[in-house]
Design a protein around this ligand. Structure first.
Ligand code: SF4
Length: 293
């Protein structure tokens, strides 16, 4: 029997879920309800947790980037079964045309002020560019000055190197999709803060769920650590594939159950240390083999 909630509590729950929806988080699961009378008072404080995928690797704690927390929401477990169905919607849900779906995500992002980067000198939001049905997707860290100016990711010197890397794989830039973890330029090209990454990346997760790539290449440590929700050195992260599902969102396509994710160096790093280009090429060859290129 569904439990009838106190209207005030129900209102608070709905507001909390809307807040998480605005952050791009839609999937929740419930802990089993305890039926004892003793737990009746505890019931309202029990948690509904956001599903965070596990990738089979133990996170390490490192000073520069701690593992992402599994967010827990203090909301009641005892809600009517259809309550989430009513509230848990996102604009692109049920939209089969990826162009339209990406447009809806962009509209949902709006003139975003969700994290501090909106007031730190950005000229525009850099959403992402490329083939909305790409088999291969590149994810970098954040826009730089050129990207901020032009509104497109990877258009500066690092972008030219990325273009060369894509060309060396035997494909064109237009065939892939390119985006970043954060969509606004961090001032002075500083590394985005974890909170900024966690606030912005749910929109990227929704883009990934729409595009449904076969392989994602995370460019650099920030992209890899944010997407994989783990912390490790580049040496530990590179050289293998990870099974990846975008956290907190579901694809419209029941046949798309996630993709492979590989990690390589960020092109900006390769410009600073060209000796690592050979290592990056090994990573891309692994991706090419997976894609049959
Ligand atoms: S970086 Fe992302 S979350 Fe932050 S203001 Fe820009 S679009 Fe919004």
């Amino acid at each position: 029997m569904p439990r009838v909630l106190d209207p005030e509590l129900r209102h608070a729950l709905a507001a909390r879920i809307r807040y998480y929806n605005e952050m791009g988080i839609y999937d929740f699961y419930r802990r089993p309800a305890q039926e004892s009378a003793e737990n009746e008072s505890v019931r309202t404080a029990a948690s509904v947790e956001i599903a965070v995928p596990s990738f089979g690797i133990q996170p390490e704690t490192r000073a520069e980037m701690t593992p992402r927390k599994a967010a827990a929401v203090a909301v009641p477990v005892a809600v009517e079964e259809n309550m989430f169905e009513v509230i848990v919607t996102k604009p692109e849900q049920g939209v089969s045309d990826p162009v339209k779906a990406l447009k809806l995500i962009r509209e949902d992002l709006g003139d975003c002020t969700r994290c501090p980067l909106h007031k730190q000198g950005r000229k525009q939001i850099v959403f992402g560019v490329g083939n909305p049905t790409a088999e291969l997707m590149f994810v970098g860290e954040g826009p730089g000055a050129d990207e901020d100016e032009q509104g497109e990711p990877f258009v500066g010197r690092a972008g030219q190197l990325l273009n060369n890397m894509i060309k060396a794989m035997g494909i064109a830039r237009e065939q892939v999709y390119i985006a970043n973890i954060v969509k606004c330029r961090p001032p002075g090209n500083r590394t985005p803060e974890r909170e900024e990454c966690e606030t912005c990346s749910p929109f990227l997760m929704r883009q990934i769920a729409v595009i449904k790539p076969k392989v994602i290449v995370a460019l650099g440590a920030v992209a890899a650590k944010t997407l994989l929700a783990m912390s490790a050195s580049m040496a530990q992260l590179r050289g293998r594939f990870y099974d990846f599902k975008p956290a907190g969102v579901r694809s419209n396509d029941p046949n798309w159950d996630g993709c492979k994710l590989a990690v390589t160096y960020h092109p900006a790093f390769l410009l600073r240390d060209p000796r690592q280009k050979g290592e990056a090429w090994k990573d891309l060859q692994m991706v090419m083999k997976e894609l049959g290129l």
